[in-house]
Design a protein around this ligand. Sequence first.
Ligand code: CA
Length: 379
Amino acid sequence: MKITDVIAHQLVVKVDEPFTSARGQYYKTKGACVVEIVTDSGLVVWGDCYGPAAVSRSIIESVYKPALIGLDPFDVEPIWEMLYNKIKDYGLSGMTISAISGVDIALWDIIGKALGQPVHKLIGGSFRKKVQAYATGFYFKNFDRMNDEAVEEALGYQAQGFKAIKMKIGLGNHRKDISRVEAVRKAVGDDMEIMVDANHSFTVPQAITIGRELERLGVSWFEEPVSPEDLDGYVEVSQALDMAVAGGENEFTKYGFRRILAARAMDIVQPDVCAAGGITECKKIAALAQASAIACVPHAWGTAIGLAATIHYLASLPETPMCLFPISPLLEYEQTFNPFRDQLAKEPITHKDGYVDVCERPGLGVDVDRAILDKYRVK
Ligand code: CA
C-alpha cells in the first residue's frame, strides 16, 4: 500500500459565548487541523493536530506531504523518524511535533482499517472496555457570579453522571480561587473527584500556598501550577505538597518527557496524542512514565478524531504507578462549545454515567462527516 495524498483541513468556528482560563486570553474562535491521508488502496483516514491550525497546515503541506507521498503507511516508526529528522534543526518541540502527531494518528487509522482491527488492538491491546471520563470546564465567563456559575456547571456534570470534574483556577487572588473550589465541593459532596488546573498561572510560593488549601478540600491533582519551562519550580511544588502535581500538555516527544520524569518534577504526566508526537510517541512516553513510577493521564482538547485516538491510547495503558490503588487512566472530556468534537463524527463520542466505551470499529472508528468539514473549512 502507498500514500497517494495528504490533505490538511484547516477548520474554524466562532464561539458564541467567549470564555477564558486564568491566563486572560479569551477564546473567541475554535480551530482545528484535520489531517486526511489517501492511499492507493482507496482507504481514506484521519488525524488531528493540536494548536493553531494554520501553522500545522502549513508545516504539513510544505514539509511533510512531499516526503510522505509513495511511502507504505505500515512503516509508521520509520516515517516518524524521517519526519522528525526533517525538522529537528528548527523544530525539536512545539508545532512541528503537533503536525507529526496528526500524520501519525492517521497512519494508525490506515493500519487499523486495512487490517479490520481497532487501533487499540494494534498498540498492545486493551486493558479496559470503557474509560472513565472527567469533565473539563469551569472556565471564567461572568466574573460577577464566578462561584454561582461554577456551582451550576458542577451540578450539571453531576446530573449527567460524571464522577470527576476539573476546574480552572488562577485568578491572582487565591482567596477567590479557594472560595470557588470550596463552593463547588460543598455543592457536589465528597464523592465527586475534583481536580484543578491553573494553566501555569502561579509562582512557586503562590502554588504551594494555594496547594495546601486545595489539599484540605480533597482536590485530587493540581495541574500546571507553574510555567512549563520551570522544571526546578515543578520539583519544589511537587516536593512541598502532599497532593499530586500534574503537567506536560505543552511538552513534546519522549526526549521532553524524559527530562520531566528524570527530575521527578510531576506525579502525573499528561502527554496529548495530538501534540506530543502521536500515538507512536505517546506509547513510548507512557512506557517511560511507567518505568519512572509516575502516572500517565493524557491531556485531550481536540476534535472527535483526537478524542477517539486518545481513547484507543488510554485503553492500551496499564494502571500506574505500581501500587495497590494506582491512578486509573482517565479521559479528559472537554465540555466547552466545540462542533469539531460533537459534530465531525457521524456517530459522536458520548459518555454514559461518566464512562466512554472503547470503540471496537476498525482504525480509529470515526466516520467523518464531510459536510461538517466543508462547513468550517478555511479555504
Ligand atoms: Ca490543562
